[in-house]
Design a protein around this ligand. Structure first.
Ligand code: LLP
Length: 422
């Protein structure tokens, strides 16, 4: 089933699409387009699905904030009680600035720099997810100099197929992520001998937009014997972090519920007498992806014998996922029109053939019509750029009949101010 609305808070009222109780036509008049709009109620629903899965389960959620790191969204997750998975010093600063609890922060990423490690140590984060032996030595060296013990887990690459797009698959041995499975035990031995290093967990993240439970289970089946082996060698851990990766419905994917993943993990851990381990999840997309839409205006229509194009004011610099992963995003009209529909590609003004947002969509449109690109809450604003000297869009949070501008539209002067002539 396609062209079904993916966000239940996106509704037609008086023939105009609203997000919660706010008309998208009204928002475009007030704030302009392209515009990212989020539904606060939908964010809460997504969080509650995770909360129901983790409560009474000795588990915690660390929101994979690379999906969307707008301060208002982070603050929302702080208020809901979430932890955070960060991948840079910048993300650390963002989350601390909105009152995030450092004891709920895990730090992933293959290229942590000295200043980032130092800031994370001084902030007292919960855990470094270490991705190589070299990084382990670096953390030990910095921790020793600061005399602050670094809590660590090793991110193990279990070499399982996440069955997702190759660019967002991370748990195969050819991927740059984590420590090769065959080296993991030795690396733990090294970690146990290093000064100012405290082993507290084990970690893996196998990919993103996973629509099945089986790759998670396959990863656990590889990791559990490793944990047993560590215990036999007096290396005791407190938690297992199974990463993020749960997919969302962009088109017609049927995705598991967070509870299915937690239950599957708990089942396997219980079977192995490891049920005492705390379970950490690092979801990004599934907490925010379908809460956001991109509102865009039709600039021109272009018809030819071979192809029809709708040229809109949003482009690949605002939403790069279709160009990068050939990803599908549902398109809705803010005001439906009657009349003969045509098949269109929806494209932006950027000078690249990769600048498309949707292909082969049957629509009846006119210039100045408003379109909604759905499922734009995750990996859209955070991956936006200023290509073609385009300013980044504004962002709005809708809450019932209220709306809040949570990011102002950039001005041209904002993007020019770092440059000088010689
Ligand atoms: N933890 C780690 C270590 C990660 O690398 C990621 C995402 C996550 C958690 C969150 O994964 P999620 O629950 O969102 O699947 N730009 C791509 C997705 C890249 C994902 C990168 N890592 C896209 O637009 O599809």
């Amino acid at each position: 089933m396609t062209n079904q609305i993916k966000n239940p808070y996106l509704k037609l009222k008086n023939n105009i699409l609203h997000l919660e109780d706010i008309s998208l036509e009204f928002l475009s008049e007030k704030i302009g387009t392209p515009l990212y709009v989020y539904s606060r109620a939908n964010i809460k629903d997504s969080w509650n699905r995770y909360y129901n899965a983790i409560k009474n389960n000795n588990a915690m959620v660390c929101y994979g904030m690379k999906a969307n790191s707008n301060l208002a969204i982070l603050k929302e997750f702080v208020n809901l009680g979430s932890g955070f998975d960060i991948v840079s010093g910048g993300e650390l600063e963002r989350v601390l600035s909105v009152g995030g609890d450092p004891k709920k922060i895990v730090f992933s990423g293959v290229g942590k720099q000295e200043w980032e490690i130092k800031n994370a140590l001084e902030s007292g984060i919960k855990c470094f997810n270490v991705e190589s032996e070299a990084e382990l030595y670096k953390i030990s060296q910095i921790a020793s100099a600061l005399k602050i013990t670094a809590p660590i887990s090793l991110r193990v690459n279990p070499d399982v197929d996440a069955k997702t797009h190759p660019y967002i698959s991370t748990g195969l041995k050819e991927n740059k992520f984590g420590i090769a499975f065959k080296d993991a035990f030795d690396c733990y031995k090294i970690a146990s001998s290093l000064p100012f290093i405290k082993i507290i967990g084990i970690d893996c993240h196998i990919g993103s937009q996973l629509t099945e439970i089986s790759p998670f289970s396959a990863a656990l089946e590889k990791i559990i014997p490793l944990i047993k082996n560590l215990i036999d060698n007096n290396i005791n851990i407190k938690h297992i972090d199974i990463g993020g990766g749960l997919g969302i419905t962009y088109k017609d994917e049927i995705v598991p519920d967070p509870k299915d993943i937690v239950d599957a993990a708990r089942f396997k851990l219980k079977e192995a007498n490891l049920n005492h381990l705390e379970l950490i999840l690092e979801p990004g997309r599934s907490l925010i992806g379908n809460s956001g839409i991109l509102l865009t205006k039709v600039l021109y229509l272009k018809h030819s014998d071979d192809k029809n194009f709708i040229i809109v004011d949003a482009a690949m610099n605002d939403l790069i996922r279709p160009a990068l992963y050939q990803s599908y995003h549902e398109v809705q009209q803010v005001k439906a029109r009657t009349g003969q529909a045509r098949e269109y590609d929806i494209v932006g003004p950027v000078c690249e053939s990769a600048d498309w947002l949707a292909k082969n969509r049957l629509l009846t449109v006119k210039e100045n019509d408003l379109l909604v690109i759905e499922s734009a809450g995750a990996y859209c604003t955070t991956m936006a750029s200023n290509y073609n000297s385009r300013v980044k869009p504004a962002e709005v949070m809708v809450d019932g009949s209220e709306y809040y501008i949570i990011k102002n539209r950039e001005k041209l002067s904002d993007i020019l101010k770092f440059e000088t002539t010689i």
